[in-house]
Design a protein around this ligand. Structure first.
Ligand code: URA
Ligand code: SF4
Length: 213
C-alpha cells in the first residue's frame, strides 16, 4: 500500500534528528501528492514559507511552479512534490553533503513507494543525486534513463524567477513534459495518458503571458 508507506515515511521525517538541520527547523517537509503520481518533482529543500507551513513549494517559487505545471497541462494535485532534504537549511544555504547523505534514504523510500514514470529534478543540488558533476545548462530538459528510472533535470523555478533569461528554457522544458511522460510510459509498458488539453497549443504560449509580476 504505497499511501500507507508514504504516511509512515512522513511520520518518521516529522520527528527525524539524523542531521543538524533538525535543530533549526520549525517543521519538516516530507512532500505531498498522490501515492500513485506519474511524475515526481524533487526540489532542493524547504525555504522560509515551507518551514512555516510544513508543505513543499508554497512560497514564490511554488507559485511559479504552479504556473509552469498549468502551462504544461498538468495539475499540481496529480504530481508528487518532494525535496532532497526535508528540513530547511538555515538562511536557505545549500544542504551540506552530510545532510544530503543523512536524508537521502527518505527520498529513496518515497521513490520506491510512488514508483513514478518520470522524476524531474529541480535545480543543481537535486540534479546532483543523479548526474554528479553535470552542468545543468547543458543537460536540462533531456530525459535520461538512470538505474531503470527516467530522469529529467530542470532548472529550479527560483533560479528562473531571479534570472529572467532562464525563463524561456524552463517553460520549454515543462511544455515538453507531457510528451516525455508518454515516451517513458511506452518504454515502461504503461498505457499512454489521454490528454484533453492540447499541449501543442499550450506550447505556443509565450513566457510573457505567464509572468508573475
Ligand atoms: N524550494 C525548494 O527547493 N523546495 C521547496 O519546497 C521550496 C522552495
Ligand atoms: Fe532528518 Fe532529513 Fe531533517 Fe536531516 S534534513 S533532520 S535527515 S529529515
Amino acid at each position: 500500500m504505497p499511501a500507507r508507506i508514504l504516511a509512515r515515511i512522513a511520520g518518521e521525517i516529522a520527528v527525524c534528528k539524523k542531521c543538524a538541520l533538525c535543530e533549526s527547523r520549525k517543521r519538516a517537509v516530507a512532500g505531498e501528492g498522490p501515492a500513485d503520481a506519474e511524475i515526481l518533482f524533487i526540489g532542493e529543500g524547504p525555504g522560509f514559507h515551507e518551514d512555516e507551513q510544513g508543505r513543499p513549494f508554497v512560497g514564490a517559487s511554488g507559485r511559479f511552479l504552479d504556473q509552469l505545471l498549468e502551462q504544461a497541462g498538468l495539475k499540481r494535485a496529480d504530481v508528487f512534490i518532494a525535496n532532497v532534504v526535508k528540513c530547511r537549511p538555515p538562511g536557505n544555504r545549500d544542504p551540506r553533503p552530510d545532510e544530503l547523505e543523512a536524508c537521502r534514504e527518505y527520498l529513496n523510500a518515497q521513490i520506491e513507494a510512488i514508483n513514478p514514470s518520470i522524476i524531474v529534478t529541480l535545480g543543481r543540488v537535486s540534479m546532483g543525486g543523479y548526474f554528479p558533476g553535470a552542468k545543468i545548462t547543458s543537460i536540462h530538459g533531456r530525459m535520461q534513463k538512470i538505474d531503470g528510472r527516467f530522469i529529467i533535470p530542470m532548472f529550479h523555478p527560483a533560479a528562473a524567477l531571479h534570472q529572467p533569461a532562464l525563463r524561456p528554457s524552463i517553460l520549454a522544458d515543462f511544455a515538453n513534459l507531457p510528451g516525455q511522460l508518454n515516451e517513458a510510459r511506452a518504454a515502461l509498458g504503461r498505457r499512454p495518458v489521454e490528454r484533453k488539453t492540447n499541449t501543442a497549443n499550450r506550447k505556443a504560449e509565450t513566457p510573457r503571458q505567464l509572468s508573475l509580476f
